[in-house]
Design a protein around this ligand. Structure first.
Ligand SMILES: Nc1ncnc2c1ncn2[C@@H]1O[C@H](COP(=O)(O)OP(=O)(O)O)[C@@H](O)[C@H]1O
Ligand SMILES: [Mg+2]
Length: 340
């Protein structure tokens, strides 16, 4: 057994390497961006590569590489079922509908005519989202038909930038007010610079256009529930909404008390992960009266949020409680079991 690990400092790869060192697991460092990555893996039966939504290069080929390696007999983390829908809320809509998961009612249109026809018959508010993005940057409330029309015209006109730069800057100012430290001060500065000078990711990302995606707005949620399932373990936190806003993701106001995590959500998270046969899945839940509803899923998640220091323990599918939580170690432990 030998695992290829893609090295990218700051990614989950750091702790996967550490795990292999600590446990004498044979591994080698590989570079998934090399043209000969398939032959680099000739002496490996597994590949672990943490690619995320900010990686526009990975978005070009990670899914294709993963499927191809699976045909070669190389197991991958994230495997096809775990990773194909990453950062793709439109893909997740079809997927979650197909397995009868409780996704918030969602709508997608691929023509202006159909989108406008729907707009005239629907109720407001609705939530508009781009298919990609994190920390709520591409999520907006639409309170009137007129606002909906403006968005539809843009979606089928010049399209949307990959990231809403003004919203990002405003949110950085909010984070600084929340905690006046050096990191958040740097955040404001870079957010300001990036209004005028796009990042490499933005420069190379396509404009989002040719589709439009909405969800029913579920009112009254003061927080969302972020649960992560890795194998037979579920842990998480709640994230409070920004003041005067319906969006929780990226607010950085969190509570890790497990008593705040409702067992109904835990059960759904386990059920859906099992149906999708996913190695790792993070869920964002909100409440529609007393029914938990999913707003999005993702195979990876911010370790600054769901980590071993803050998440004190996890449940298994029978709701037994265990400690401690170490998400990246859970991933590699499960992966090694499958390889052996
Ligand atoms: N349909 C909805 N109704 C009410 N609140 C929502 C809805 N969808 C998302 N939210 C809120 O907005 C936040 C961001 O939405 P989400 O789809 O998770 O996008 P992101 O990828 O930016 O995290 C969520 O954390 C939740 O608090
Ligand atoms: Mg989210």
């Amino acid at each position: 057994m030998k695992i290829g690990i893609h090295k990218n400092p700051g990614s989950y790869g750091d702790s996967w390497i550490q795990y292999c060192e600590e446990n004498d697991i044979p591994y080698k460092l590989v570079n998934c961006y090399d043209s000969d990555i398939v032959t680099q893996l000739n002496d490996c039966n597994g590949l672990m590569w943490h690619w995320n939504q900010n990686d526009y290069k990975a978005a070009l080929f990670a899914r294709q590489l993963t499927l191809s390696l699976e045909k070669k007999g190389v197991k991958v983390f994230p495997d096809v079922g775990t990773g194909w829908h990453h950062n793709d809320k439109v893909g997740q809509k079809y997927l979650l509908e197909s397995v009868n998961a409780p996704l918030v009612k969602s709508y997608v249109f691929y023509s202006k005519k159909e989108a406008l026809a729907w707009l005239h018959t629907t109720t407001f508010p609705k939530v508009f989202k781009l298919r990609g993005g994190a920390s709520s940057v591409n999520v907006r409330l639409v309170t009137t038909k007129q606002q909906g029309k403006v968005l539809i015209n843009k979606a089928f006109g010049k399209g949307f930038l990959h990231i809403n730069r003004f919203y990002r800057f405003k949110d950085r100012v909010r984070l600084f007010k929340l905690e006046k430290d050096k990191k958040n001060a740097r955040g404001i500065l870079s957010g300001l610079v990036r209004i005028f000078f796009p990042t490499e990711v933005e420069k190379f990302s396509h404009r989002e256009k040719g589709y439009i995606y909405f969800q029913d707005f579920i009112p009254g949620n003061k927080f969302d529930t972020r649960l992560v399932v890795i194998g037979n373990r579920c842990f998480g936190l709640i994230r409070y909404c920004r003041d005067g806003d319906f969006r929780a993701s990226g607010s950085n106001v969190k509570d890790y008390d497990p008593k705040l995590l409702d067992k109904k959500c835990v059960k759904i998270a386990f059920d859906v992960t099992k149906k999708l046969n996913a190695q790792s899945l993070a869920f964002d839940f909100i409440w529609d009266s007393d029914c938990p509803k999913i707003v999005e899923i993702s195979y990876c998640f911010g370790l600054q949020e769901a980590n071993s220091t803050n998440c004190v323990g996890y449940w298994d599918a029978d709701l037994n409680w265990f400690t401690p939580v170490n998400p990246t170690y859970f991933m590699i432990e499960d992966f090694i079991k499958k390889l052996k």
